[in-house]
Structures are given as C-alpha cells and as structure tokens.
Design a protein around this ligand. Sequence first.
Ligand SMILES: [Zn+2]
Length: 343
Amino acid sequence: MKYGIVLDSLFARHNIPAGHPEGPQRIEAILQAVQRWNPSGQLVRVAPLPAQEEWILAVHTREHWQRIQGTSGQAVSQLDPDTYTSPDSFETATLAAGSAVALTDELLQGKIDSGFALIRPPGHHAESNRVMGFCLFNNVAVAADWAIRNSAIEKVAIVDFDVHHGNGTQEIFYARSDVLYLSTHQYPFYPGTGHFNQLGQGQGEGFTVNFPLRAGAGNSFYRHLFSDLVLPIVRQFDPQLILVSAGYDAHKNDPLAGMNLDVEGFGQLVTLLNSLAQEVCEGRILFVLEGGYNLKALSEAVVCTMETSMAPKTFPIGKKEHTEEYLSYREQARRVFSTYWDL
Ligand SMILES: [Zn+2]
C-alpha cells in the first residue's frame, strides 16, 4: 500500500488573527501527531504544488481569483464575518488547491494507492464567486474538476462528512451530473444550506444529496446512515474517483459543533468509504482536510484515518440496533431520494 500525503509547515503560513479556530495550530498539531505516529517510511510524501490559475478558474470566477490575489502581501483583512487573509494567504490557498490536484495526479498515475491532502485553508464553503466560512478556494472542487478535464475520469463522487454543509461545493456542481456531491451535516446550523430539498438543478438534478442531521448524532447513527444510504447512492452513481471532504468537527469534543462522533466513529466511516472505493473504483479515494477545531481530536482522527486506510481494521461497534429515531429518519430520506436512487 502506497499512501500519499501532502503535509508541510508551509500550510501554517495562512496566519489569521490569534484565537481564530482555523489557525496554523491545526497544521502544527497534525505535523506533531504524524511525527509521533511515525509509520516508518510507509508514507509517500507528495510535495505541495501551487495551483495554476486555470485550475482555479475552472471552478471560480476571475473576480474571485483577483479578490484573493489582491490580498497577497497585504496586512490582515476580513473578507466575510469569519474569513480573513494575511500577507501569505493567497500563496497558501493556491498551494492548498494545487496540492489537492498534485495528490490526485499521483493517484491517477498509479504512484500512490490512496492518500490525504492535509492542507489549509479549508475549501468547502468557498463558492464560485464568494469566500466564506474560513475558505478561500474550494480545494476539493478544484481537484474534482481537474481530474475530469485532465484524465480519463468522467465521474467523481465527493463525500463530505464535515459537520458543516459544504455550500460552496454544492453551488459549484449544482447543475452538473458528472460530480455527485453528498454531504452529512448538522442542521439547522452554519451555513444554513443543505436541506433535503436541495437536490441539484437541470442536468444536475438528483446529483446533490444532502443528509441534514440533528445535533447529537453519534457513531451508531452515522454508521447506519453510511451503510444504508450513503454507500448505496455512491455505488449507483458509479464514480471512477471518490474525494472525501474530511472535516473532523463532528467529533464530540469539537468546540464549534454539537455532534457526537469519536475517533473510532470516524474510523468506521473511513473503513466503509475505503471498502466502497475498492468495490466501485479500484480503490481510488483521496481525503482532503476541511474542518476540525479540537486539536487533539483532529490530530488523532487524522492519524486514525491514515492508519485505517493503510491497514484496514475493524472497530468495536457500539449500538447495533436501529433506534426509532434512526428508522424514521431513514424512511424520510428514502422518500426524498427514491426518485433518483434505488434505496
Ligand atoms: Zn466544518
């Protein structure tokens, strides 16, 4: 197993006001955790790569690109209520998006079997023409679109388990049928989007799949949801590549959200997604970091994701039985999606 990672202290250079949860400390914590874990030379280091302008312009407007580029070398500026730039943010953001592409390229060339882009700033809230929610460029969207334009890949599934809805990824691919966007997220919650009834439009109708979840959902609920609904939908979509918007802010100790997953819960989801990738697309799956703001939970869950990917393991399963609440949620979701998917 050749497992590729992009992980570099360069991603700490996007340095927004002290105390902001999406700060350089996130990358530093992951660097330290990976160093402690030290999987003796089994990781293939993929060098960070700045995105070419055209890769970003394939999913963002020129106006958006210029707005971020204009902050290069400038003092800290606030672009939306929680999104800031520092002098190095433009360079770091282009490096994040480019690194997601670099890892995708390594995968498609067969140089790695799977991998993780441990990058920041995160991307899934960034819309085609709007920065939002700590995100400047939409890294996972840039990589998905790049794969379709530059390889034999025709269909990409993006599975987003960050606790927040990826409004940006949804908006970018809303009218497209070649990218499935599927998200599980706390709802109602920031950013407010991600209801069941946002299903895509035009040719893209049915290819946006949202699972809005009440606060408090934990390992058992998520695991059943993935087994019963998430995996069957992705299986039927039959992608040649799976990209995972891997945010770890659904962890029970995350300071920003109210979900109840623990590290083993994330491990279970990773196991399910990896086996799905083996089944549908010869194991082609890449994880791209989004949120996760409890540094201990974030770094442990990231290491668990990599360990589980490199040597599949089974996790002790908590509650096996379906709760009434889960069963009624599953019924509701089946009613919504059965127009498009055989569930
Ligand atoms: Zn998030």
